[in-house]
Design a protein around this ligand. Structure first.
Ligand code: ZN
Length: 340
């Protein structure tokens, strides 16, 4: 019995020594010292011994248990320390490592241009109105004083869905809708997508973006129109910007004007963009035609108004020096990421 105990002890010490992980050592602890463990079994076999040998054997078993418990605790402590060190090392953050570069998105150049313009108009007391892109022919042409035979109504210029319904060729129907639903004074802009059946090239696209505006009230004059648009252009392109009003013709305004502003690229000196003139056409405008007011139930003897419209895409190409309008629609990330 004593020899068996000694063999058990030697074998157990070797096993403890061979443990590699804290779960190994726990398994050994249970196998040796647990209720069904080998040492407990030895203690139980004591009853087979003659009575006088039992106390000494019991003493030895307890000594072995103490020795093994000590050895196991020591080994477990060691393994825990090693594992903790290993874990800390694995979880350590190297603060000297360069960070990962985050890709942060930016606003599309058209959105930036629109936000700038919107903020300028809102600061002047304009409200922002919205309307459908699929629109009645009536609101798109007829009520805007564009008669049936007008070239703008040509099937080749406008996308007709039915005879009465079109993809709006300008945002002007929003002006009509506003005048139909609101009594003067009116001071609004209407931004949005518009459609013309143009072939795609560097300066044309079948879908583009406009911002139009309308002011209707008592005693609104051409002077108000000129001051407002001049102030907007100075705010938008810079305070040294000059504007030039040339006579123009639109069916929905009378008188009408086309407006040039100082070329943003050469600041008036003359360059390829402005064809050497130093000025560049930026918008169309005029006093609202009395027929248009009448069509919307507004008395032209009591009220007058002015309206204007500009192409956002055109303003963006001028402001950013973009030479091909298609770049604005192709969503090439290399192009767009320049506008952060
Ligand atoms: Zn120029």
């Amino acid at each position: 019995m004593e020899n068996e105990l000694k063999a058990l002890m030697d074998k157990a010490l070797k096993e403890i020594n061979n443990c590699q992980t804290s779960s190994d050592i726990e398994a050994v602890r249970i196998r040796l010292l647990g209720k069904k463990g080998e040492l407990t079994a030895s203690l139980r076999s004591m009853k087979d011994l003659p009575e006088d040998q039992r106390p000494l054997f019991g003493k030895h078993v307890n000594e072995v248990r103490d020795a093994l418990t000590q050895a196991i605790d020591k080994k477990a402590g060691e393994l825990n320390r090693i594992e903790k060190e290993r874990r800390l090392k694995a979880e350590a953050v190297d603060i000297t490592m360069p960070g990962k570069k985050q890709m942060i998105g930016g606003l599309h150049p058209l959105t930036r241009i629109y936000y700038e313009l919107r903020d300028i108009f809102v600061s002047m007391g304009f409200s922002v109105m919205d309307g459908p892109e699929i629109e009645y022919d009536k609101y798109s042409f007829e009520m805007l004083n564009i008669p049936k035979e007008h070239p703008a109504r040509d099937m080749q210029d406008t996308f007709y869905i039915t005879e009465d319904i079109v993809l709006r060729p300008h945002t002007s129907p929003v002006q009509i809708r506003t005048m139909l639903s609101q009594k003067p004074p009116i001071r609004m802009i209407c931004p949005g997508r518009v459609y013309r059946s143009d072939d795609v090239d560097a300066t044309h696209s079948p879908v583009f973006n406009q911002v139009e505006g309308l002011v209707v009230g008592h005693g609104i004059t051409l002077a108000n129109l000129k001051w407002t648009l001049d102030a907007v252009m100075k705010e938008f392109y810079g305070e040294n910007t000059k504007t030039k009003f040339r006579p123009g013709h639109f069916p929905f305004t009378e008188p009408s004007a086309e407006v040039d502003a100082t070329c943003a690229k050469c600041h008036g000196k003359g360059c390829g963009v402005c064809k050497g003139t130093g000025m560049i056409e930026v918008l169309g405008c005029g006093m609202v035609h009395p027929n248009v007011l009448l069509n919307c139930g507004i008395d032209p003897d009591e009220y007058t108004g002015f309206a204007f419209g500009m192409g956002l895409d055109r303003l963006a190409t001028i402001k950013y020096g973009i030479t091909d309008i298609r770049l604005l629609f192709e969503n090439d990330i290399r192009f767009l990421s320049q506008f952060k």
